[in-house]
Each structure stands twice: as C-alpha cells, then as structure tokens.
Design a protein around this ligand. Structure first.
Ligand code: 13P
Length: 255
C-alpha cells in the first residue's frame, strides 16, 4: 500500500462495555505493541475507567480519549454531566462527538454536536466528529445529503479552521455492530465527499484531515479499507474489545 501523507489512527471505542478487570487485561495486551510512526493508537473507555486506563498506559504512546462530553462549559449545577475540561485534566487527548448512538438514542442534534465539538476544542481536546447515514437513508439515495448536513452543521458553527484540529469519522449506522461493513469502495466514496466538503472551504485543511471509517471493522477487512485513498484509519467498536483483533487492525494501519 503506498504510504499516505496523513498519519493513520486506529481508535477503539469501548462504548459501555467491560469492567476494571477486563480493562486491565485489554490494556496489558495492548501495552506490548511497539507503535510505528505511520499509525497512532487510541482507546476510548467509559468515563469511570479513563483515569485508571490513562495511568496504566503511561509511557506506551497509546492515547486515551473519551466517548462524549457535556454541552456545558466550565462547571456548575449540571448533575451527571462531564465537562471537557475534566477530561483534559485526566490527560485525554481526544473525545468522540456526535456518535450515531448519541444522536439516535439520546436525541443529540447537529446543533448540540457542534456545541460539543467547540467545547472540546476550547479545552484543547481533539474532537472526533462522527457522521453517517442510516440504512433507510442509504437505500433512498440520501447518504450524501445526510453526511453533508452533519458535516456542514459543524463547519458553519466552528469554522473550517477548527478542522485543522479535529478528525471526522464516517460511521454508516447500518454497519455499526452489525457485521455488515461498508465495502472499501462505498466507504471511500463517502470519505472523498467529506474531504470535498471541507476542501470547498480550505483545500489544505481538507488534505491534512484524518477521516476514520467505523462500522464492523475487523482484522480481516481493515487492510482493504485502509488502502483506500481517503480512509485514514478506523474507529473500532466491538473488535476493539478483543486485543488480538484490535492489534491486527492496528497493524493493518501501521505496516
Ligand atoms: P462496531 O465496530 O462494533 O461496528 O462499532 C463501530 C462504532 O460505533 C465505533 O464508534
């Protein structure tokens, strides 16, 4: 595979899974990996495990990110919320915003996602902005329209310069947790169109933007996905809970 100018990233979104013991086992298995220059590795545990996982990973080069953050800034009477500043305080480098599960199950709107995106950047976190269409939207030919709306909502509110310090993850909803991966060609088509949306405002920022693919990424399909011109790594759910599988995906990006 020709080496891309962009550094790849393989990120594990652990979602609401695991335990302290399971997290420790996973971290121990990942810690042995020698990270290459071509690809970075990030894990995103649930809030209660962030600090501990971060400490376990000290000195390994493996980054830690959060799965969400509050739409509220600063501090105050927002019971149950977690501010971006708290995540930065723990040493998180990244935070996922607008995951389709947040959008679908918790009613997060494009506007709210844009607020979270901006809040993340305001405290020095790199947001990973998730976008993607449902099966019904794909089957009715609305993929481009939906993804464009989701990306533009953030572009309009945060400005294109913000994308110099952000990642986008294309995660077709129909491919998440279903075992039904987008084909490399299907994913590439949407990735190219995301890059074009950004390029219409700033070509350099678009060229440097890391765009991850997520949705049933496995060791067996990672290499073909990452070989595509505009696919710069993966946001991995289920397979990131199995160390051997996640490492296989990482190696597909790194080698
Ligand atoms: P799966 O890899 O389990 O399909 O999940 C993808 C995802 O939602 C990552 O954020």
């Amino acid at each position: 595979m020709p080496r891309k100018s962009r550094r790849l990233l393989v990120a594990g979104n652990w979602k609401m899974n695991g335990s302290l013991v399971a997290s420790r086992e996973l971290v121990d298995a990942l810690k042995g990996e020698r990270l290459g220059a071509a690809a970075a590795m990030l894990v995103c545990p649930a809030y209660p495990y962030l600090q501990t996982v971060k400490q376990w990973l000290t000195g390994t080069g493996i980054g830690v990110g959060a799965q969400d953050l509050s739409d509220r800034n600063g501090s105050g009477a927002f019971t149950g919320e977690v501010a971006g500043a708290m995540l930065a305080d723990l040493g998180c480098s990244h935070v996922i915003v607008g995951h389709s599960e947040r959008r679908a199950l918790y009613g997060e709107t494009d506007e709210l996602v844009a607020t979270k995106f901006r809040n993340a950047q305001a405290v020095g976190l790199t947001p990973i902005l998730c976008v993607g269409e449902t099966l019904e939207q794909r089957e009715t030919g609305r993929t481009d329209e939906v993804v464009r709306r989701q990306v533009t909502a953030v572009l309009d509110r945060a400005g294109v310069a913000a994308f110099a310090n952000a990642l986008v993850a294309y995660e077709p909803v129909w491919a998440i947790g279903t075992g039904r991966t987008a084909t490399p060609a299907q994913a590439q088509e949407v990735h190219a169109s995301i890059r074009a949306i950004i390029a219409a405002r700033d070509a350099t920022i678009a060229a440097n933007l890391t765009i991850l693919y997520g949705g049933s990424v496995k060791g067996a399909n990672a290499r073909d996905l990452f070989a595509m011109q505009d696919i710069d790594g993966g946001l991995v759910g289920g397979a990131s809970l199995v160390a051997t599988e996640f490492l296989e995906i990482y190696r597909a990006a790194a080698n």
